[in-house]
Design a protein around this ligand. Sequence first.
Ligand code: ZN
Length: 533
Amino acid sequence: MDLNGLLKDVEEILAKVDAGEKVESLSDAGVYVPSVQVDRRNVYFIYHTKDEKDHTVKTLVVYEENPTIGDFDALETLKGENSTLITAALTDHNNQALAKRFPWIKPTSRRNYKYTFGLGDRLGNASNAHLRLFKGTGIMPVLAQQSIRELTLMHRTNTDVLLSASWAVFEEGFTFGWGADGDHVKTEYEVDYAVKVGCSMITLDCTDVINNDAVTMSDEELDKAFSALDDDQKKYFNDTYLDKTFDLGNGNSVHFTKHDVEESVLTFYGAILFAADIYKKFVVPYNLDFEISMDETPYQTTNPNHFFFGNELHKRGIVPTTMAPRFYGEFQKAIDYIGDKDRFEREFVLHEAIAEYFGYKLSIHSGSDKLSVYEIIGRVAKNGWHVKTAGTNWLEALRVIAHKDPEFMVELYKYAYEHLDDVKDFYVFNAQTDGKAPKPENVTVDNVVDVLSDDDGRQVLHTMYGSLMNLKHNYHYVFRDKFWDILLKNQDLYDKYLNIHIAEHIDLLQGKYKTKEEALDALEPKTDISKEY
Ligand code: ZN
């Protein structure tokens, strides 16, 4: 690289700072302005160049009034009399060195933030657009949020995910604070891994220790199973809960019938003990934000179930940061909420009251596209909320493909539709079986973009990302390389789609719009926005 040119950029930045001006534009367009940090006479920024394929290449530039900058791995070095300028790759090593100067590039605790929003980024290049959107909203983004299953499918590790998020935070100058979530960790081994790579938060998935059989038992069977407990256990549970009403304040209360007590104990007590164990072994020693999730179970968490869980944790001195019950209705991936919204609200009010009573916040999982309940969540959850969205940026990436290479998009859709069996063990949905997803023979270059607005079409594409990206023929990827090439060439368009997509969510949560329709009208231009590029 032209190191003398970079030195001129540094001088220009310092001159602006000396003149009391903001660094809003620079004569060298390669300097990514939001990334510029000046600390005394030291200057740091990310420099953009293009490679032969027209993809953006990012390099860290460090200038310090120091004869050496030994803690970075430099690519190139330009020594002045009392200063050093280096270029450096965006590696883990250089990230650690930079974090010593700017601690905010590392994830931090969510506990002092009222509103937090989880953004899964399957592909790893969505964080910049997300951060630009979150600036000034007062919402803390949780950028690195991947379950082990998703990581494996995308050939990524938690280290990659955390690292690309941290670099994006520096690049966008996002000093507000961000979180990293070891999402849906189920075992001590997975928790340990999340801790070791530096997650500030874990989401403990209790699915494997929740006993769902209890929910489908008749009262007789339930009673029989409950009777088999130790006498002191039965006595404790009955004395504490049976026929008791717990006043949550503001006219809200939770009452336990015999059925509620027995079902709550038999379904959740094992999970509570598991959570308490993880709390002692990991959450306290590593000062983690602790989320407990029961959203991936087949049955909804009733208000008594939730109270029982919170109360038993409370008795053990445990206050999680957030709890994710399984709410009433269906939170299927990549489409809007399905269910009776009035009932959702009635029960949500009580879940919120329980959370406030014990001092934690509610977490809403599978939050992507649940636009029709966000107004309720934003209005009721006065204590704050955590919302998790994941993976729908993959669909926004496909929107880029549909606009830039519709023929390729038709190919992707056809493959996805015809190979849905690949994922039937992982996902619950009915896109193909009920015959509503667009049939491949009806999808053409002229209408393929509409598949991305069709609920069933979205689900087909959403669930098939691993199969599409990993398909190989004669030792090479069939779709992956071409997909990446188109996406990286059109990062600006991708950023724009991501922006619109997430803005719909947060505007509804923050009460800027009252209905989904209002938000969509305001944010999704009716014209084809790809034409601007
Ligand atoms: Zn979940």
